[in-house]
Design a protein around this ligand. Sequence first.
Ligand code: AMP
Length: 191
Amino acid sequence: MFNLVLFGPPGSGKGTQSARIVERYQLKHISTGDIFRKEMDAKTALGLKAKSYVEKGNLVPDELVVDLVMNFLDQHGDERGFIFDGFPRTIRQAEILRTELFERGQTIKLMIDLKVPEAELLERMRKRGKKSGRADDQDEDILQNRLKIYRDSTEPVISFYTKHHKHYEIDGVGTVDEVFNRISSVIEQFI
Ligand code: AMP
């Protein structure tokens, strides 16, 4: 199996690029953010638990996220591989993912880290908020909080993958095609 972590701050293009990667390499996409939004819309027990965190732009507790991801992996065991989009977002999540994959005889092959300057991230999220109506993209305080949480809790995940020699930094500025071409040239060294 070919498992890939697509990493980057909010607004760096993980969702857009995941769709392209899925199309070309037939991997199974898992976006924890998309799952939380769906569960919240459907008002499930998980959605209700996640709501107060997602709405403020805070991280959902690790246990909830990890359970959700592991259930997803167990339901899709026959895939060619997974793209993890928006997960792991803490060192703890990265450690658990590593252990759980190991127990399933698997590993993360590479972590692609999309680099985009903060001013552009903010601009992209504001635009997305207007277009999609996504509430956490429309409030300036929440946007700033998400970037702060990224810097404080999520960015350290880079060092986890650097230590395991899996971290690849990609310039996330440019057209969707330009960024995708950069990503594919890394994937093709490994797949
Ligand atoms: P995203 O669509 O990836 O930006 O995620 C939207 C929101 O879902 C985040 O701001 C968090 O509240 C929550 N979320 C998504 N993925 C995670 C994760 N791996 N750990 C904790 N919270 C998450």
